[in-house]
Design a binder for this molecule. Structure first.
Ligand code: ZN
Ligand code: ZN
Ligand code: ZN
Length: 420
């Protein structure tokens, strides 16, 4: 059995003759690898399929149904979701003005006009308005909204992550309008992924799996967490992501701090190491996967709870299906961990939605009675953390399907031992 899939290689390279001659030359594995990475990058690019033409219309009707006169969306995941424009958050205002009725406009600094027009936003048929350095862009936005609705706005929603400075300027420019958070409207759209969005998350999930596959080789006694983290960050890009979102390498006692970054701690034999990593595809969709490794052999007390954690994570994944509440998924994991006596050491919710943001709705947490629907994507990531000693977390991204769940990660959840 060759170390590559000849049938697939033929498909990729487009001809048997090419495959045979390259195979003879012994170059095929490298060529396939290069083609595969190129293909992953291509698949990762923004395209019109990822941005359905009705997205702005649906957002405008959702705003209207919520009694809003319009949405004002500054750079961030909401803007990228609605227009495909990945804008830099800068002090100069960039803002999508989406009236509940009437035409949408994208207001950008004149020096970024070309960039905005070249982005998918340029294909949406909306007006892209460049403002000059001496213009007041907040007045420009207010004027466009008034033109759209044909009067003074009474209520507008602003992007959840809009800078306060911009929110206050917009309030001054539209003093009659009550400001609300756009998340209450956009969550309903962003939470329910299209098939193309799920494909993007699947691509990101496969790429981060390939990074985890390499982690045991980097976890060597004598190396620091930061050194391992640098290898991981490079691999996140090499395996097809466009951006590194975060790298957590929590060795020994650092593993008990769930959002530990990386640090100068030197990895030693007998460490448990929590590795939680993620990036984003070129179209902005995120990966997020945690595995816990042991270097050499497991530390004292670790094996007692790792198997409990593994069962809790698996049971929570298997409980995912339409009509089940987010809270009940959290309870499945929590009940198993609590029954084993580790409830006090599971100090966070079971999961979070994922899409163009690594943490978004729906949150898999007690008290969230939202019912799962096909197309919702989120993490299942229970953890057990013994302060000052060690910790463990297992995290996969799952998608709720018509009948159950689809796991976008495939790296083994059994305890993985690095030789050290
Ligand atoms: Zn987190
Ligand atoms: Zn994570
Ligand atoms: Zn996560």
């Amino acid at each position: 059995m060759p170390p590559y899939d000849v049938a697939r290689a033929q498909m990729i390279c487009g001809g048997v003759d090419l495959v045979v001659s390259l195979e003879l030359a012994g170059w095929l594995p490298q060529i396939i690898e290069t083609v595969r990475r190129g293909r992953d990058r291509l698949l990762g690019m923004s395209d019109s399929q990822l941005l359905p033409p009705d997205r702005l219309t649906r957002a405008a009707s959702a705003a209207s149904a919520s009694g809003l006169d319009g949405l004002l969306i500054t750079p961030g995941a909401d803007l990228r979701y609605l227009t495909g424009y990945h804008a830099m958050p800068l002090e100069r205002l960039t803002c999508l003005v989406l009236p509940a009725r009437g035409a949408a406009s994208l207001v950008v600094p004149r020096l970024e006009l070309a960039r905005a027009q070249e982005s998918p936003a340029g294909q949406l048929g909306i007006e892209i308005v460049g403002w000059d350095e001496t213009d007041d862009p907040y007045d420009v936005c207010a004027g466009l909204l008034r033109d759209g609705i044909g009067g003074e706005p009474v209520a507008v929603a602003i992007a959840d992550r809009m800078w306060a400075a911009a929110a206050l300027r917009l309030r001054d420019a539209m003093p009659s309008a009550e400001q609300r958070a756009a998340g209450t409207v956009l969550r309903e759209l962003r939470m329910r992924k299209t098939a193309d969005e799920i494909d993007q998350l699947r691509l990101a999930g496969a790429a981060i799996d390939r990074v985890h596959d390499q982690v045991p080789g980097w976890l060597r006694v004598g190396r620091t967490e930061a050194e391992v983290g640098a290898d991981i960050a490079a691999a996140i890009i090499a395996e097809g992501h466009a951006e590194v979102n975060f790298v957590i390498v929590g060795s020994g006692p650092n593993g008990a701090s769930p959002h530990h970054d990386t640090g100068s701690r030197v990895i030693s034999s007998g460490d448990a190491v929590v590795v939680d990593i993620g990036g984003a595809t070129a179209a902005g969709y995120c990966s997020d996967e945690t595995r816990t490794y042991v270097v050499g052999s497991a530390p004292e007390g670790f094996a007692d709870y790792y198997e409990v954690l593994r069962q809790a994570q698996q049971a929570a994944c298997e409980a995912v299906r339409p009509g089940v509440s987010c809270a009940s998924i959290d309870a499945v994991a929590r009940d198993i961990i609590s029954a084993a006596g580790y409830g006090d050491y599971f100090i966070h919710r079971t999961g979070h939605g994922i899409g163009m943001e690594e943490h978004e709705e729906p949150y898999i947490v007690a008290g969230n009675d939202e019912l799962l629907e096909p197309g919702m994507a989120f993490s299942i990531e229970p953890g057990i953390y013994l302060p000052g000693r060690h910790g463990a977390r297992i995290e996969d991204i799952v998608v709720c399907t018509e009948t159950g769940h689809d796991n976008l990660n495939r790296v083994s959840r059994e305890l993985i031992t690095a030789d050290g």
